[in-house]
Write a protein that binds this ligand. Structure first.
Ligand code: ZN
Length: 87
């Protein structure tokens, strides 16, 4: 029997083939939810979905789009926002 904390679905299950040719289940923490647009709430494209400790290994440009409001607004909301500010 596995440890009690692994019996819930808090952890995701990964099937791993060990060097001794046995199939075992490894337990890993789940990824956080997708980042959402601050205006319309749609999931953002190009925003890394990982735990903070893994995000530290990524460069800035790997974490979110390199443009104004990158990682905050979706592309269409960014376009609307910039047009509204240009006037
Ligand atoms: Zn949006």
């Amino acid at each position: 029997m596995v440890a009690p904390r692994f019996r819930s679905r808090t952890f995701r299950r990964i099937k791993v083939k060990t060097p001794g040719n046995r199939n075992t289940i490894h337990y890993r923490l789940r990824k956080p939810a997708k980042a959402q647009c601050g205006k319309c709430g749609r999931p953002l494209q190009g925003v890394a979905r990982a735990r903070p400790i893994q995000l530290r290994r990524f460069s800035r440009s790997q974490k979110r789009p390199e443009r104004p409001f990158g990682g905050v607004l979706c592309s269409s909301c960014t376009r609307d926002e910039l047009r509204a500010r240009a006037k």
